[in-house]
Design a protein around this ligand. Structure first.
Ligand SMILES: [Zn+2]
Length: 244
């Protein structure tokens, strides 16, 4: 609780830390609208609300919510925003959310709520959302899941990577709708861009994206060769110890 849960990453860009297994949420304060990237776990919503208050914002000040992918720990609190804000997700994530595909979104019966999730805006690769002072490009990066995107600011060169890329290049789980081949291809496409900082869905910010992407590709090839082990994989339980 409190201001310690909020980090100002740069002017008008904030990380609101996710508790337990919930994803972080990020806020971009635009001159022409405010964006929330990932709403996090439903059960973390009251903390999210507090964190928003700490940066002088109300839930209703969020104009658009972008989900980096369809997993429950990134979309869980969408229902508190979807009546006033535009909910946006890649088309392949939107299908799982809109048709309540709980097999792929990983909702277990205990997390389930009865509110139907609505996705207003089904994103395509390279759709842009222009907030005035920030332009955000939605880059389709399937691999962790089929509907995974990275959100890139081409001017200031920072990128929100969801569960696609973590600090150190540790691998995400390749989930039910995902593919290691897609993952490697997506990361190779990220290598063609200039990226200064990455803001992942879990764990820490990284200032060395180039190194992280190279590591992640290397680790993905290891996984293909059956050499996967805990050292190349992002372990959320370890992360939980660091950020209680
Ligand atoms: Zn995920």
């Amino acid at each position: 609780m409190g201001i310690a849960d909020v980090d100002e990453l740069q002017e008008d860009v904030y990380r609101l830390r996710g508790k337990s297994r919930g994803s972080h949420s990020y806020v971009i304060r635009g001159t022409r609208g405010n964006m929330l990237i990932d709403s996090g776990l439903d059960s973390n919503y009251s903390d999210l609300k507090t964190s928003l208050h700490n940066i002088g914002m109300k839930v209703r000040d969020i104009d658009v919510v972008v989900n980096t992918h369809e997993h429950f720990d990134h979309i869980g609190a969408n229902r508190y925003f979807q009546e006033h804000a535009v909910i946006a997700a890649h088309r392949f994530a939107a299908t799982k959310m809109a048709f309540d595909d709980r097999y792929v979104t990983l909702y277990k019966s205990g997390d389930a709520n009865d509110i139907t999730m609505h996705v207003h805006l089904w994103l395509e690769n390279m759709s842009r959302i222009d907030l005035g002072n920030f332009a955000l490009d939605m880059i389709h990066t399937p691999g962790h899941t089929s509907g995974s995107i990275c959100v890139y600011e081409p001017d200031k060169k920072f990128m929100f990577t969801g569960d696609t890329l973590f600090a150190g290049g540790l691998l995400p789980v390749i989930a039910e709708s995902g593919s290691i081949g897609d993952y490697i291809n997506s990361l190779k496409s990220l290598q063609t861009r200039q990226i200064r900082e990455i803001y992942p869905g879990h764990g820490e910010v990284s200032l060395e994206p180039e190194r992280d992407i190279a590591h992640a590709i290397e680790n993905a090839f290891k996984l293909l060769r059956g050499e996967g082990n805990a050292e190349i994989t992002f372990r959320r339980d370890v992360e939980d110890d660091k950020t209680p």
